[in-house]
Design a protein around this ligand. Structure first.
Ligand code: GLA
Length: 746
C-alpha cells in the first residue's frame, strides 16, 4: 500500500519537509541550548542538544532573553520532550514501536533542528534518530505570531530494513508541574453534549478517549484545560488549554505518578489501531493546539476562539447566515408545497437561508424513515416533482439562499447503493454486520479510494447539477460498529480507524479545493463532530439534536470553552420541545439561540402571527449584533454549573465599542436571590448606551437608553428584574435578558 497517498498528515509532513529543507538549517551545537518559541504572550522552551534526547523546559507566560538563558537553572525540569518506550520502562510513554527485528525499545537522540518562518507562524522541527536503528522521529512546534497558540505534533520515518509497527504515537507530550492543578473537560451523550466537569487531578491515570470511529465529541471531548492555581476561575489563575485537532478516535492521558509532574499525552487512540510503517514510509500525527493564559479560563477560551476564527474554521472571517432548517418542522414529510411555504416564512421573517433536511431523496426506495435510501442521492420526484432545481428557483425568488442535507458516508441495507456495492461497507470479515440507526444503517469504508471518489461525487454531483446550493448539512449518524475493511489487506486491518479519517479528510480537501465558497455544517447525530480536526473544512457544527433552550445553556457553555460562537449552530425550536417536552416561552428560546449562530428549527406554519413578529424583530436585531457575537470576544460571567439560579455571558467587539450581554434564569423560585452579574471585557474609559433587545415587558428597563461607563458596568453590573412585567396570562417561569451596549462617545 502506498502510504503517502493515503495519509493526509503524511502528505502534509512531506510538504513541510520539502519547505524545511529550503529553510535555514540551524546547527545544533554540542552545548546544551535552550530553544525558545514565543507567541505574543507565551513562551515554550526546550533544551535541544546534538546527540541527546531533547528536554522540555518551560511552557507559560512570555520569557525575556535573560530568563530563557537561565531558566534551565531556576526551573529544574528534566522531562524528555517526547518520552519513547524501552528504557526507563515503568514510565508512561508518548511513543512505542516494534522495530523490524522485534526490538520493542527506542532511544532517541537529536540529529538536526530546523526553523521555518511562514509569516503567520514560526515552526521548529527537531529531528531525532534512534541511537541504533534507522528510525526517525521529528517533533514540530508551530508558534503563531498573532495568537497565543502553539501547535505540536510528531512524525515518523522508517528507514529500517523491514516494517516497523507503531503501537503508541502521541502527537505531543507536556509535563504539567504538580500543585493544586484542576482539569476542566467536557463529557456527555447524545442530546446532552458538552457538559462541563471540573475536578482536581489526583494520583493515578485519567484517560479521556473516544472509540466511535466516525464521531468523536458526543461523549468526551478531545479538548481540556488545566487550571494550575487551584479551583478553575474565569478571570484569574494560570491555565494551559489543549485541543487535539483530530476528527477520529483519540486518547488524552494524564498520568500523575510519583514525580513532580502530571504527564499529559494527547494523540490518536492507538487501541486496535497499530500502524504498520513500511521501509521508506512516513506517518504524521495530528496537531495538538496548546494555549496558555495568565487570566483564567476565559482568556484561554478567547485564545482558542481567535485562533479558530483566523486559522482553523472554514471561512472564519465570514458572518454566518440566519437560516431555517426543515427537520423539526416536518421531519421526513418533505414535499414541494411544504418546502416553499417554509421558504416564504423564513424570508418574511428576514432569514437568509433555507435548509431542506433529511427526506428529500431516494429512487427505488423512498426516504420516509431512517430505515432506507442512504446512498441513493437522487431527488425523490414523488415528493418534489420540480426537483431541487425548482426549489432553488423558488428560494431565489424569495431572496434567500438554499441548502440541503446529506449523509454521504453512510448507506442502508435497503438502498440501491448497498445492493450494488455490498463490499463498500465497513464489516468484520465473514460476519453479519451490526447495523446502526433504524436497524439498517451501515458505514461506508472510507479507507477505500473508490468509496472516497463516490463520497466526493455525492457533493460534486449535487454542486455540478445545482451550482446555486449555498449550504450543505453533512450528517453522520453512526459510528464504526464493525471492525473490518474489505479494502485493507489482512495484516492492515488495524489501520481501519485511522485510514477512515484519512479518507474522510481527503474527500473534504477535494470538496474545499473545488467548492471553496460552499458553507458546510458538520452534524453528526447532533454534536458528534465538534472538533478542530474537521473544522478546517466545515464552517460550523450542530451543537446537539437537543434544541431545548434551557439545556442548551449548559451545552453551549461547555462548547464555548473551545469553540467560537460563529461555529455553534443554535436554533429556535418549538414548544413543547421535541426532545425534553419542556415548554419554554419563545422569548427565552430566542434569547438562547441568539447567543450562538442563530437559526430556526420549527414549523412557522404552526406559529402565531405575534410569534412570527417576535422572531422577525429578533432576526433584525441579530443582524445588528451578529458581528459582535460571531467575531467578538467571549466573556463568561456566571456559570450555569455554579447552580446559582442564573447564567450569563457577553460578547465584546474587538474595538470594545459594542457588546451584547445575555442573562438567563435557570431556576425559578419565589423570593429567590440571584447574584448581580458584573460585566467584563469592556473598556473602562468608554461610556455605553444601554438598549434591551427582545423586550417583552410592558415597561422598558429603568436604564433603557441611559449611558453608563464601562468602569461602572464592570464593577457593578446592572440590576436585572427577576421576572418579566407582563399581563398575568402571559406570565411563566422563565426570565431572560439580552442587552446591547454601544459606545455612546464622550
Ligand atoms: C440527525 C441530525 C438531525 C437531523 C436528522 C435527520 O439526527 O442530527 O439534525 O438532520 O439526523 O435524519
Amino acid at each position: 500500500m502506498e502510504l503517502n497517498d493515503r495519509n493526509p498528515w503524511q502528505r502534509k509532513a512531506a510538504r513541510a519537509w520539502g519547505i524545511l529543507c529550503l529553510a535555514v538549517c540551524l546547527p545544533v551545537g554540542s552545548e546544551a541550548r535552550n530553544v525558545c518559541l514565543s507567541t505574543p504572550n507565551t513562551s515554550l522552551v526546550l533544551d535541544v542538544e546534538q546527540g541527546e534526547e531533547p528536554k522540555y523546559v518551560y511552557y507559560g507566560r512570555s520569557l525575556s532573553p535573560l530568563d530563557v538563558e537561565n531558566i534551565g537553572y531556576v526551573r529544574n525540569c528534566d522531562q524528555p520532550a517526547y518520552p519513547a518506550y524501552g528504557l526507563d520502562c515503568p514510565y508512561e510513554a508518548a511513543f512505542a514501536v516494534r522495530h523490524s527485528d522485534g526490538n520493542l525499545s527506542t532511544q532517541l537522540e537529536v540529529c538536526a533542528m530546523e526553523e521555518k518562518d511562514t509569516g503567520e507562524a514560526r515552526t521548529l522541527s527537531i529531528r531525532m534518530k534512534d541511537k541504533v536503528y534507522d528510525f526517525y522521529v521529528t517533533l514540530y512546534y508551530k508558534a503563531y505570531r498573532d495568537v497565543d497558540i502553539i501547535e505540536a505534533w510528531s512524525s515518523f520515518r522508517n528507514e529500517e530494513k523491514g516494517e516497523v509497527v507503531l503501537g503508541q504515537f502521541a502527537s505531543a507530550y507536556l509535563p504539567v508541574r504538580r500543585g493544586d492543578v484542576w482539569l476542566s473537560r467536557l463529557y456527555g451523550a447524545w442530546a446532552n453534549e458538552a457538559r462541563l466537569v471540573q475536578e482536581p487531578l489526583r494520583p493515578g491515570m485519567e484517560v479521556i478517549q473516544n472509540k466511535d470511529g466516525v464521531r468523536n465529541s458526543h461523549t468526551a471531548h478531545a479538548e481540556v484545560m488545566f487550571s494550575l492555581d487551584g479551583r478553575p476561575q474565569e478571570d484569574n489563575g494560570r491555565v494551559i488549554g489543549a485541543a487535539l485537532c483530530y476528527g477520529g478516535n483519540y486518547k488524552l492521558r494524564v498520568n500523575t505518578d510519583e514525580s513532580e509532574y502530571h504527564h499529559f499525552f494527547a494523540g490518536i487512540n492507538e487501541d486496535r489501531s497499530s500502524w504498520h510503517l513500511g521501509r521508506g514510509e512516513d506517518f504524521t500525527t495530528p496537531p495538538l493546539a496548546l494555549t496558555f493564559s495568565s487570566e483564567g479560563l476565559g482568556q484561554a477560551s478567547r485564545n482558542f476562539h481567535r485562533w479558530g476564527r483566523k486559522y482553523k474554521l472554514a471561512h472564519g472571517d465570514r458572518e454566518r447566515k440566519i437560516l431555517l432548517n426543515s427537520w423539526e418542522g416536518v421531519y421526513f414529510k418533505i414535499n414541494e408545497e411544504g418546502m416553499e411555504a417554509m421558504m416564504s416564512d423564513i424570508a418574511a421573517m428576514g432569514g437568509e437561508l433555507f435548509v431542506m433536511d433529511d427526506g428529500w431523496f431516494g429512487g427505488k426506495y423512498s426516504r420516509n424513515s431512517d430505515k432506507t435510501s442512504l446512498g441513493d442521492w437522487v431527488t425523490d420526484r414523488r415528493k418534489l416533482p420540480g426537483g431541487v432545481g425548482k426549489l432553488l428557483r423558488e428560494a431565489e425568488k424569495r431572496g434567500i439562499k438554499f441548502g440541503i442535507w446529506i449523509e454521504p458516508e453512510m448507506t442502508n441495507t435497503r438502498s440501491e447503493l448497498y445492493e450494488k456495492h455490498p463490499d463498500w461497507i465497513v464489516q468484520a470479515p465473514g460476519r453479519e454486520p451490526v447495523t446502526g440507526r433504524g436497524g439498517t444503517q451501515l458505514v461506508l469504508d472510507l479507507s477505500n479510494p473508490d468509496v472516497q471518489d463516490y463520497v466526493f461525487g455525492v457533493v460534486d454531483g449535487l454542486m455540478t447539477k445545482y451550482p446555486g446550493i449555498d449550504y450543505i448539512k453533512w450528517d453522520a449518524n453512526m459510528g464504526i460498529l464493525n471492525h473490518g475493511s474489505h479494502y485493507l489487506e489482512g495484516n492492515r486491518q488495524s489501520h481501519l480507524y485511522i485510514a477512515y479519517h484519512c479518507g474522510f479528510e481527503a474527500v473534504c480537501r477535494r470538496i474545499r479545493e473545488k467548492y471553496p465558497d460552499l458553507t458546510l455544517q458538520a452534524c453528526a447525530q447532533g454534536g458528534g463532530r465538534a472538533n478542530y480536526g474537521v473544522l478546517p473544512y466545515f464552517d460550523e457544527f450542530w451543537v446537539s439534536d437537543n434544541t431545548d433552550a434551557l439545556q442548551r445553556i449548559y451545552m453551549q457553555w461547555g462548547t464555548s470553552y473551545f469553540f467560537p460562537a460563529m461555529a455553534m449552530a443554535s436554533h429556535i425550536s418549538a414548544a413543547p420541545n421535541h426532545q425534553t417536552f419542556r415548554t419554554v416561552p419563545l422569548k427565552f428560546r430566542i434569547d438562547v439561540a441568539m447567543s450562538g449562530r442563530l437559526g430556526m428549527e420549527i414549523q412557522p406554519k404552526d406559529m402565531t402571527e405575534e410569534e412570527k413578529e417576535m422572531c422577525r424583530r429578533a432576526i433584525a436585531d441579530y443582524k445588528t449584533i451578529r458581528p459582535v457575537v460571531q467575531k467578538g470576544d467571549l466573556y463568561r460571567l456566571l456559570s450555569p454549573y455554579e447552580g446559582l439560579g442564573a447564567a450569563s455571558l457577553m460578547y465584546v467587539s474587538q474595538d470594545k465599542a459594542e457588546a451584547v450581554f445575555y442573562w438567563w434564569k435557570t431556576e425559578h423560585f419565589m423570593n429567590q436571590h440571584l447574584p448581580r452579574v458584573r460585566m467584563s471585557g469592556l473598556d473602562a474609559e468608554k461610556n455605553y448606551r444601554i438598549r434591551e433587545l427582545n423586550r417583552i415587558d410592558n415597561q422598558p428597563l429603568p436604564y433603557e437608553g441611559k449611558v453608563v461607563s464601562g468602569a461602572f458596568l464592570m464593577a457593578n453590573g446592572l440590576e436585572l428584574p427577576y421576572v418579566h412585567q407582563v399581563e398575568r396570562n402571559r406570565k411563566n417561569a422563565y426570565s431572560s435578558r439580552v442587552i446591547y451596549l454601544e459606545d455612546a462617545g464622550d
